[in-house]
Ligand binder design. Structure first.
Ligand code: PMP
Ligand code: GLU
Length: 397
């Protein structure tokens, strides 16, 4: 009775793990959830007030499918401010979070059989988006000794006549790796050779960067790619607003118009109230953005130092975002009371069973041998999680 399309669709693993942790918490179990990637802190007060004011002032109607003019102007001004790129509001489209923007971009660019190249490890939802467009996912493996970053020569090997889209995500979910300017430059030289290839740059963690206020961007080093790169972002992570559901794309007007058309026939528009609050955040909240970055860096330092002390775990130091990417292969072959650990999934299940700490296995990011640990949680809970994991690792035989 159900369509083949939906039958073959798997639900988002991180959303499912988040729901699993919540269900047990509701039953009174002392679960420490380090699976679903969202900031634990609330949206800054000033942004909440802007949302409340928007309701009172009557911003309760539909906006254009591409977003309110006010928000598109704020996004265009921000693009100029942060990336030094002049864009007009007609090069911006807004929708329900970066997730739907990515979905809409892939629907707008890909025909059945087109290839979408994505370096591993990659965010859990990209493959389903590719599948729903009947395009073909081409994972490009990256290596630990290359800091999980795509290398130009490797990229070149995977490009064929059918390659249509490359998805890049820096800072990366799950690894926390960030491309430097020189690494972007080297990649851009390959990208310039293939004019049929569009690049979806998922910039959703770009201000959660540990070496400055914004992670380097491909278009800063290679503005010549501007007609082929869509810069995708959202208020979800940078401004601690995941539940407000506002994301956007900036780029080539023709693609932007196609996406807006797609959005007009599927979701109409993002919440008018959330759009008002987002415009306020983008224009007024640089201070809050910096405060978030500073607090995140403190937690990151603590998380990194504490997890690096746990024997047999290989912790990759993140350069941005809020995840620790941890190799668990040295534990393969170790036993716990109900079995033997032979994969990252086994590790996650055993840890959850024994210590009620939940993280995400690397298999979900197409990268076995690793687990993703979300560290942007309350400090005391972070320390408790660390000591539970330490106990768990030392209990293995
Ligand atoms: N891209 C990446 C890499 C993400 O981690 C997320 C997480 N939510 C998204 C896109 C989607 O973001 P949003 O919540 O704005 O839809
Ligand atoms: N991006 C977050 C994560 O990877 C939230 C989950 C989602 O949007 O699917 O955990």
């Amino acid at each position: 009775m159900l369509s083949k399309r939906v039958q073959s669709l798997t639900p988002s693993a991180v959303m499912a793990l988040g729901a699993r942790a919540q269900k047990l918490k509701d039953q009174g179990v002392d679960v420490i959830s380090m699976s679903l990637g969202e900031p634990t802190w609330d949206t800054p007060e000033a942004i909440c007030s802007a949302g409340i004011q928007a309701i009172r002032e009557g911003y309760t109607k539909y906006t254009p499918a591409s977003g309110s003019q006010k928000l598109k102007e704020a996004i265009a001004a921000n693009t100029q401010k942060w990336m030094g790129m002049t864009v007009t509001p007609s090069q911006v489209t807004v929708s329900i979070g970066a997730k739907f923007i990515l979905f809409s971009a892939i629907q707008s660019l890909c025909d059945p059989g087109d290839e979408v190249l994505i370096p591993t490890p990659y965010w859990v939802s990209y493959p389903s988006m590719v599948e729903l467009a009947q395009a073909r996912l081409v994972p490009i493996p990256t290596q630990v000794d290359e800091d999980f970053k795509l290398k130009p020569d490797t990229l070149k090997k995977y490009i064929t006549k059918k390659s249509k889209v490359l998805i890049v995500n820096s800072p990366n979910n799950p690894s926390g790796a960030v491309f430097s300017e020189s690494e972007w430059k080297a990649l851009s030289e390959v990208l310039m050779e293939y004019p049929q290839l569009y690049i979806l740059s998922d910039d959703i963690y770009n201000h959660l960067y540990f070496s400055g206020p914004m992670a380097p961007h491909l278009l800063q080093v290679c503005p010549d790619l501007k007609d082929r790169v869509l810069s995708i972002n959202a208020v979800s992570k940078n401004y601690s607003m995941p539940g407000w559901r506002v994301g956007w794309a900036v780029g080539n007007k023709e693609i932007i118009e196609a996406m807006s058309k797609f959005q007009s026939q599927s979701v109409s528009c993002a919440s008018s109230i959330s759009q008002e609050a987002s415009a306020y955040a983008l224009v007024q909240c640089d201070k809050e953005l910096e405060e978030t970055r500073q607090s995140l860096m403190k937690i990151k330092d603590l998380a990194l130092a504490s997890f690096q002390e746990i024997p047999k775990l290989d912790v990759f130091p993140p350069q941005g975002a809020f995840y620790l990417w941890v190799g668990v292969e040295k534990l393969y072959g170790s036993s716990w009371q109900k079995g033997t650990i032979r994969s990252a999934s086994d590790f996650v299940e055993a840890l959850f069973h024994e210590k009620s700490v939940l993280c995400v296995p690397g298999e979900e990011f197409n990268y076995p041998g690793y687990v993703r640990i979300h560290f942007a949680i309350d400090e005391a809970r972070l320390m408790a999680a660390c000591s539970r994991i330490k106990d768990f690792v030392s209990s293995l035989s």
